[in-house]
Design a protein around this ligand. Sequence first.
Ligand code: UDP
Length: 239
Amino acid sequence: TTAPPAHRRVLLKLSGEVFGGGEVGVDPLVVKGIAEQIAAAVRDGVQVAIVIGGGNFFRGAELQQKGMDRVRADYMGMLGTVMNCLALQDFLEKAGVQTRVQTAITMGQVAEPYIPLRAIRHLEKGRVVIFGAGAGMPFFSTDTVSAQRALETKCDRLLIAKSGVDGVYSADPKLDPDAVKYDTLTFAEALHEGLRIVDTAAFSLCQDNRLEMLVFGMEGEGNITRALQGEKIGTTVTA
Ligand code: UDP
């Protein structure tokens, strides 16, 4: 008897950092909680695609600062995202949701290769599709990939789940007590103000293709389910 979801197909971007619960690696309890929130929305008929970051393992730019070659470090970053995908896949399946992982770097024993039309087919069948290994290209971020995957698999909306902040602010609220939260914002404003909560490449990809974005805090009770169901929490960013 629930109302039909406002958004039929959505892409959820989760940062890798939350998967680690603040540490390197995966915190199963955190992943289980996230999976159960996603499962609730899937049961309501929302088609869910997911991109996960890898910040709980490696970030290419950080390894570069410590002396590594950037390209190789970025590949390490991408491989880290795949471990997060498998962890989420496991807990989604335990929550009764069918899943497929598709990776941009082929690894047949672990996941399907990224095949967009096949991903769409999975989504239509109610399976959650988890995209791993980023774009498979160094110098990209998983934020940017989430916008690209949302566009290519024809998602209605891009949902960016953030930890420690509940939307887009005029400045970093942890550093600036005068920072104000935006209810709505345009991509042009976000880019002009130099807001870094989402990568500029992701903002401009959404702007050029008129893909609506919701930036929300994942800490509130049931927030991930609510965002997936189309509830207006956090900040809406539009073209
Ligand atoms: N990465 C990359 N190309 C991609 C996606 C990711 O090279 O298309 C690498 C990059 O080194 C990045 C790391 O993977 O730092 C982890 O991704 P990200 O930093 O976006 O994860 P998050 O901050 O969302 O946890």
